[in-house]
Ligand binder design. Sequence first.
Ligand code: ADP
Length: 477
Amino acid sequence: MATKQLPRRWLYNSFGVILAIVITLVLASAGVVKAYYYNNVRQAMLSQANYIDSLLVRYSEDSSVDFYTQMRRTVEGFAEKERMELMAIDPSGKVIITSSGFEPEDTLYMPDYESALASTQRTGEYIGTLNKEKVIAITRLTEVNSDDLQAMRYVVSLTLVDRQIVMIIAAITLVGMAILFFVIFSSSYFISSIVNPVGRIGETARRIAQGDFDARLTKTNDDEIGELCDTINYMAEELSTTEQMKNEFISSVSHELRTPLTAIKGWGETLASGDMDQETLQKGMHVILSETDRLSSMVEELLDFSRIQNGRFTMNFDKVDIVAELSDAVLMFSERAKRDHIALEYQEPDGFAVMRADRNRLRQVFVNIIDNALKYSDSGDTVTVTAAISPDKFTVSIADTGIGISPEDLPKVKTKFYKANSTRRGSGIGLAVADEIVRMHGGTLDITSKLGEGTTVTIALPLMQKETKPAEPGHTP
Ligand code: ADP
């Protein structure tokens, strides 16, 4: 299972590296400890060798004493003989006196003596086994000029030293293992604090993907995992809202399509009966035509929306006088405003406001916003269209004294499918399309609103230049 991969990967990578480091440290410290102890023993033996040699040199130069007797006394009465054995070797390479008092063997194995003979330092060393015991042996050729003595040999058993070294290495290994266990323990705690929540997150994400938008994660920590839980919860909330909006959208669009179809069908049947006067015929034809217009504009809106979604929403840019487009759009609604008893106020600004724009799309934006202002206003309300031309921008605000939008809905009305008010007709995509068109013209569309007081939509568009004669319709610069 996927969740088991993380601990295994950690074991192979991090733990493997830590183990290698700990083993290397233990081995290195073992080497250092051994070198340190052996060196201490060697130094102690060499300082004894220096001392004894200088003593013997003095005896050899003193004619009042017998050198051989003094040498025997020195060896046999050697103060350190409990710790090291001292041997006197004659020029034939034979051990003649030992500090232990034992009769020396004739066939003593003395590689240190051989290397002292070959060495310019007059000193030879051997570390190895002698009589089944590990020893360090140092032979120093004497400076004494005598027929009785050629070298002194010092032998120290390494059994105790080695035991001590083994104990220290064992202690270091124990510390290393303790560190290792601590690392394993703390890391496995840490890893499980990641692996377990990740498993839960995966499980919940799968449920959300299968459509269970109520699935939520409980945030246990305030860390990155906690943040991920928050994000997944947020994603589930958003998906659930989108799902709900999509369902509402389908139902409102179906409703929107059904209403004109019912009217068209009803009038169609009436007209088909052929039993009517001229006035009824005119009225019927008018209803059929206007409802057909309504249907086709709705289908256009849906197509635009799907083009935006697919990234195939294109513009045909041309030099356009925005004032003319705005005035046309306002004029389109004057009849309807009068019919609905809503005051539609508009003061056309002086001059032209020329920009590179898609004439139809821009008019579609104005139509949509004014349509909304009227749609969400009631009899007696006022819709005011104000336009201002500055050297580089054209600003139009469409303000109504209608029903307004609540502060909770306001940030969402520009998003697709969002309908703050389901009592009035509409698909909930008009503002999303208008916002996209304005954005593609390099402009901005802002909405301010107060519930029960009214709404103001402000559109700002960048101008090419001021006071320029607009191009003829359809002319591409
Ligand atoms: P619709 O086709 O539903 O009008 P829109 O995208 O044009 O869709 O608008 C989205 C929502 O914003 C509307 O459902 C409505 O609730 C709110 N809205 C838009 N314009 C106004 C306005 N002038 N006054 C009050 N509410 C508005």
